[in-house]
Design a protein around this ligand. Sequence first.
Ligand SMILES: [Zn+2]
Length: 131
Amino acid sequence: MFEPVFGLNPVSFIIIKGFSPVLLCVAVLNMVQRKFLPNWEPKRLATLYMTFILAGLICYSLFLVRFRLSDWLHAISITFIIFLVIIKRKYIFPFAFRCEKCGSRLSPKTIIFVDGNQCRECADKEDAKSA
Ligand SMILES: [Zn+2]
């Protein structure tokens, strides 16, 4: 069995021990979002992408620990993740804290579970126009 040891791989140790609960929380959030966004809307896909990125990083850390490789190889993975997040930020972070029409603060429920990044009043106006 290979347990990460802080003295040998401090970065991998922190990633494995610290990010595993975060991975679990994001995966559970994705399942909770299913109730409000049943058809893989952008915000639900975003938490799925986050789950994949975190799981990939944890697997890479386990790989480094298993084969006793240097933590300096995390320079590759972290550079790759930073580039991925910068290039695909529209898909990975579609969450906005303010309404895109009027600029008022959105409630946490709207930020996480409602697609469109609009407050209720602006969304109702949009619905009235289109109807
Ligand atoms: Zn608004």
